[in-house]
Design a protein around this ligand. Structure first.
Ligand code: F3S
Length: 63
């Protein structure tokens, strides 16, 4: 599974970092780093993160 975060939408709410810390990392208030190729053992966490993001910035694509 691959993800894209729309960084123009991301406001640094950090729900993704809280729910999937192995995939998302915040540097400063709104500099989000992430792994676009999600490991299989992180799929559920990343789906939860996408659902929890208040501005729907995490776009999930199936492969
Ligand atoms: Fe940004 Fe949404 Fe995560 S606003 S920091 S992608 S929860």
């Amino acid at each position: 599974m691959r993800i894209v975060v729309d960084l123009t939408r991301c406001q640094g709410y950090a729900q993704c970092v809280f729910l999937a810390p192995e995939v998302f990392e915040l540097h400063g208030e709104d500099a989000l780093l992430y792994d676009p190729a999600v490991p299989d053992d992180q799929l559920d966490r990343v789906r939860q993160a996408a659902a929890a993001c208040p501005v729907q910035a995490i776009l999930v694509g199936e492969e």
